[in-house]
Write a protein that binds this ligand. Structure first.
Ligand SMILES: [Zn+2]
Length: 409
């Protein structure tokens, strides 16, 4: 336990001011302090911090989670916590296929393996990530990952649940697609498993697992198309290969991971228990990483069994596609200079902000398309009316002429 006044925090040392608290550099230390704003110093947060610092889940995974080290107290009341300063680049920049293909295949395998190890370790300690999205991870040059915003993780003290109340829309499994998480606790290891598979797929394939698919005519919007296919488990890579987007890497590149993706996105769409656990992903990724590699001058390593570089075969993204909207948002925090203090990044872009912005981007794309349709239909109607108006006198004259002829008979 650390007394707030002994940390000598200053306004100049603020790395990030978030909605519930600020993150400070601690002078003379390589640690950071998260201090809640006075209005956010609730009994609930204090209890959660105390529970987390007692759990010490980072024992075997130090450096992989920005886990609270010690509670910070002010006159006996817990008002925040200390944590290690862990620098990494925002992982969400790899959700864009033109960016992710610039990162060597072997390194991407290390990154997704590291994320899976983190999730497996947390699950074994009874902790649920909740919002298991690339926005909450950073990655290092050596292929490691760091999970930030640890005080939003979900855990229990045996009597009381400290729920995670946010999750990005673009990685939610069907059973929580429309659930208000602030009103109902609905996150668990199985929702984590689904979101982890989503993260792994996107970083290895350069595409969202449900992008580029419009197999049901009822979906009138981009977001509607994705949510419709998510609910039905219409994972095109397994169910309709002709519908997969060309900007994705060829699906064969993920080799032995394919059965796991099928279990998660097809069977696991309706049956959460069918989703592979984080540890299964670790084992399969190890197998994939042990393959013989080929080398491309542009992209680096790739599985030699593919014959030629699979990433050279991926087409450049087109203007309008489901992933485009999600990626545009995913890039938002990347505008900060790298490497950045990722703890600050995690707080800078709360999950709900990304989600709303994402929805706005998708809506904007849809509105544009709707306007184009209205203008096109309008133009056709105007041309039709003009043609009828132009021909009307001739039609009338013809009718009169025929009437005259008929009357002569
Ligand atoms: Zn290549």
């Amino acid at each position: 336990m650390v007394e707030l006044s002994t940390l000598k925090l200053t306004a100049e040392g603020i790395l990030k001011r978030g909605g519930e608290g600020s993150i400070y550099r601690i002078p003379g230390s390589n640690q950071l302090a998260k201090v809640y704003h006075p209005a956010a110093r609730t009994d609930y947060r204090a209890k959660k911090v105390e529970r987390m610092t007692r759990l010490k889940v980072t024992g075997g995974m130090s450096g992989a989670v920005a886990w609270p080290d010690e509670p910070i107290t002010d006159n006996g009341k817990t008002v925040g916590f200390t944590m290690a300063k862990l620098d990494a680049k925002p992982l969400n920049r790899l959700l864009s296929n033109d960016e992710c293909f610039k990162v060597d295949w072997c390194k991407r395998l290390k990154i997704v393996r590291s994320a899976a190890v983190t999730v497996a370790s947390l699950h074994s300690a009874g902790v649920v990530v909740g919002d298991c999205h690339a926005d909450n991870f950073g990655y290092t040059d050596s292929g490691g990952t760091v999970l930030y915003d640890a005080d939003s993780l979900q855990l229990s003290d045996g009597r009381r649940l400290f729920p995670c109340t946010v999750a990005h829309d673009d990685c939610r499994p069907p059973e929580i697609a429309n659930v208000d998480l602030s009103a109902k606790s609905a996150l668990n290891e199985r929702t984590d498993n689904y979101m982890l598979a989503n993260l792994i797929f996107r970083i290895l394939m350069g595409a969202h697992p449900y992008s580029g698919v419009r197999t049901s005519g009822s979906a009138s919007s981009v977001s509607g198309a994705i949510s419709s296919t998510v609910k039905k488990g219409e994972f095109a890579y397994e169910t309709n290969p002709s519908a997969v987007p060309q900007y994705a890497a060829p699906y064969d590149v993920v080799g032995c991971l394919k059965p796991l993706f099928k279990c998660c996105f097809v069977n696991g769409a309706k049956d959460p228990s069918a989703r592979p656990a984080a540890l299964e992903w670790v084992q399969a990724i190890d197998k994939l990483s042990s393959e013989k590699m080929g080398h491309c001058a542009k992209h680096g390593s790739y599985p030699a069994r593919m014959g030629s570089c699979p990433f050279c075969k991926a087409k450049a993204p087109t203007v309008k596609r489901p992933k485009q909207a999600a990626q545009a948002i995913a890039r938002v925090p990347v505008a900060t200079t790298a490497p950045v203090n990722a703890a600050a990044v995690a707080v800078a872009l709360p999950a709900q902000t990304a989600t709303k912005a994402n929805a706005r981007a998708i809506d904007a794309a849809d509105v544009g398309w709707t306007i184009a349709k209205i203008l096109g239909i309008g133009a056709l109607v105007v041309v039709g009316i003009a043609a009828i108006a132009y021909l009307l006198p001739y039609i009338l004259m013809g009718a009169i002429f025929i009437g005259i002829i008929a009357s002569l008979d």
